[in-house]
Design a protein around this ligand. Structure first.
Ligand code: GLN
Length: 470
């Protein structure tokens, strides 16, 4: 019996290397849990029928001496990351029947390492949401409390790891979609520096914000995956060349806290827990300083202008003609567009396309889009400036613990507020990590997030690992 609960990449690697169990045994152990739990949790949309064959191929690497740390490691992949020959539906009816015709760059890298893809995980429709309730395939449940949401949009990836249905997972983040589900499920979630991980083969939501990254049980696993997938990729024009990545080494001492951002809307449990985390950091020898981030309080407003603008542009390719859902009852071209998009996209997606189209329309883009771009620049500048005096910035990851299934579904603005602490990192491109920080009295996971300067992921891993031990 493999103890999946406490398994990490390094432990699994040791066991695979020593022959304690095989890659097939490991994959089978996860498939057994999936068989038992997935129907209820709904973490996966599809389990790949070649998972065991992939495991056998990985085993050959152990036999011929080419195995690496990720060889044979069972991964859950979010349904918006392309794997050649597998479906990738973006959590959407529109792409329900779409089969990827090429590998995303991260897929290619992981295949080379011999990682095993177990299946594709549930997500909010087109990655829009904070709860995995807008998915065309029904909601995912939080394994920590099945009456609650796992967070979103990478909720399936988080639930898969939390329920031992995969050792690790990849998700994507446009604004919190890795960190928030990680927080709700008691896991570690990384949002890398923009440009660190290739977006090639990730179905785009907001190109200037999107990043692929890991959801794991501990910081070390996230670090190992990040170090493997963070490679320059000429196929992504925003991928940063290796020599331009100023990798700042750790040794952080000063942590800035923008207390003024927590004045409203933060759950008392979250705030108390955050204060306790700050005390722990103080006792561990860190200098804690109060910092002001006056523009960051507009992050959410800015995000909900820039993101829908990019969404409306990105989703225009889904027109019922080129690929994806095409409504057969349309009688003319305009109807093909209208019916295919109207039926293929869910309500939240349509809302954002409408908003984005409005924001970019001739009479309004100056007032909304251009203003938002300017404030985004101010937010980036103020974070860069803050990092002249502090090594890290800490906030709670999400303003509340996991909420009940069904909650906030009829109140989009309440749902958008879940992104309040996520937005600054996505808008400015700095990296951020969410690390478990305890639980509420009823056992719901809570989380702290740290932000660091561009390409200072090493600092995040260092503080994250330290925080795990204090
Ligand atoms: N909560 C964010 C939103 O609804 C999540 C987006 C994302 O990171 N994919 O836009």
């Amino acid at each position: 019996m493999i103890d999946l609960k406490t398994l990490t990449i390094e432990k699994a690697h040791q066991a695979l290397k020593s022959g304690e169990y095989s890659c097939r045994d490991l994959a089978q152990a996860y498939l057994d849990v999936i068989k038992e739990k997935n129907q209820d949790i709904n973490a996966y949309i599809e389990i790949f029928d070649d998972a065991l064959l992939q495991a056998d191929k990985a085993q050959e690497k152990f036999t011929n001496g080419t195995a690496t740390l990720l060889t044979g490691i069972p991964f859950a992949m979010k349904d918006n990351i392309l794997i050649e020959g597998k479906k990738a539906s973006n959590g959407s009816k529109y792409l329900e029947k779409y089969t990827a015709v090429y590998d995303s760059t991260v897929t290619k890298i992981l295949k080379k390492e011999g990682a095993v893809f177990i299946g594709r995980t549930n997500m909010d429709d087109a990655a829009m949401g904070s709860s995995t309730q807008t998915s065309y395939y029904g909601p995912t449940k939080n394994p920590c409390d099945t009456e609650r949401v796992p967070g979103g949009s990478s909720g399936g990836s988080a639930a898969a790891v939390a329920a031992d249905m995969a050792l690790v997972a990849l998700g994507s983040e446009t604004c919190g979609s890795i960190r928030e589900p990680a927080a709700f499920c008691g896991l570690v979630g990384l949002k890398p520096t923009y440009g660190a991980v290739s977006r090639h083969g990730l179905i785009a939501m907001g190109n200037s914000l999107d990043q692929i990254a890991p959801i794991t049980k501990n910081v070390r696993d996230a670090e190992l995956i990040f170090e493997t997938i963070a490679q320059y990729d000429p196929a992504d024009s925003t991928s940063r060349p290796q020599e331009k990545r100023v990798i700042k080494k750790g040794n952080a001492k000063r942590i800035g806290i923008p207390w003024h951002l927590f004045e409203e809307g933060v759950d008392p449990f979250v705030l108390d827990n955050f204060k306790q985390s700050v005390e722990k950091l103080k006792s561990a020898g860190y200098d804690i300083v109060d910092i002001g981030l006056p523009f960051s309080k507009y992050s959410l407003a800015v995000y909900y202008i820039i993101m829908p603008a990019e969404v409306s542009t990105n989703l225009s390719r889904f027109d019922g003609i080129r690929y994806g859902y095409s409504d057969q009852n349309a009688t003319n071209l305009l109807e093909v567009y209208k019916r295919s998009r109207g039926i293929g996209f869910g309500k939240e997606v349509r809302r954002r396309v409408l908003l984005g189209t409005y924001i970019l329309s001739h009479g309004y883009y100056d007032a909304y889009y251009n203003k938002a771009i300017q404030v985004r620049e101010k937010i980036t500048q103020e974070l860069t400036k803050a990092f002249e005096t502090v090594d890290l910035i800490a906030t709670p990851t999400a303003p509340t613990p996991a909420f009940k299934l069904g909650e906030k579904m009829n109140d989009p603005v309440a749902m958008y507020l879940m992104d309040i602490f996520s937005a600054p990192a996505n808008l400015s491109g700095v990296p951020s990590i969410a690390v478990p920080s305890g639980t509420t009295a009823t056992g719901l996971p809570l989380s702290i997030q740290f932000m660091a300067p561009h390409f200072a992921e090493a600092t995040l891993f260092e503080i994250g690992k330290k925080f795990e031990t204090i």
